[in-house]
Ligand binder design. Structure first.
Ligand code: ZN
Length: 171
């Protein structure tokens, strides 16, 4: 059996109960395949999670870049669409805004994931309300097969917010 060097302390690992073990760190060692380093099971799991998150963020960025031109062709006059990443490390979405000053609200089109199609949310910064588009009955968030269907829904929801704003406005 080879004696893998511990990825944490760089000393040659040993064997304990038939498994690679670092006597310095007091951890079992497992091979982290992408880097070839021997790390603890906990470190290996967290590295896998980090890699999985990075993969999903990159996939969402690609979807946004690929589909943004199709959304642009659908926008009403004066409306805009742009890539949006809420916070560093978050998934990308396509943000749709009505013409400046009409309403301080944005519709977001979230790219498909392994478990869902496109999803749509609206964030109204005036009322502080954010909500997803629901399927009929409201049991779960609506999922759209195409970016066109998602954009249509996002525009509809944002127009609803504008309508609500107009009806609340004092005369
Ligand atoms: Zn070690």
């Amino acid at each position: 059996m080879t004696r893998p060097a511990c990825g944490t302390c760089a000393t040659p690992g040993g064997v304990r109960d038939g498994r690679p073990w670092c006597d310095t760190c007091r951890i079992w060692l497992v091979l982290h395949e992408p880097t070839g380093q021997w790390v603890s099971y906990a470190d290996n799991a967290s590295r896998d999670r980090a890699a999985e998150t990075a993969r999903r963020v990159a996939a969402s960025a690609r979807q946004v870049t690929d589909n943004l031109p199709r959304v642009h062709t659908m926008l009403p006059e004066g409306w805009t669409a742009r890539p949006h990443q809420g916070i560093d490390g978050a998934l990308y979405a396509i943000a749709i805004d009505a013409p400046g000053g009409v309403i301080d609200a944005t519709a977001y089109l979230h790219p498909p994931t392994d478990t869902s199609g496109w999803q749509v949310t609206v964030h109204n910064r005036v009322t502080g309300v954010g909500f997803p588009s629901y399927t009929d009955g409201g049991a779960r968030a609506a999922s759209f097969d195409t970016v066109e269907a998602a954009a249509t829904d996002g525009i509809r929801l944002l127009r609803g917010e504008i309508h609500d704003l107009a009806s609340r406005r004092p005369r």
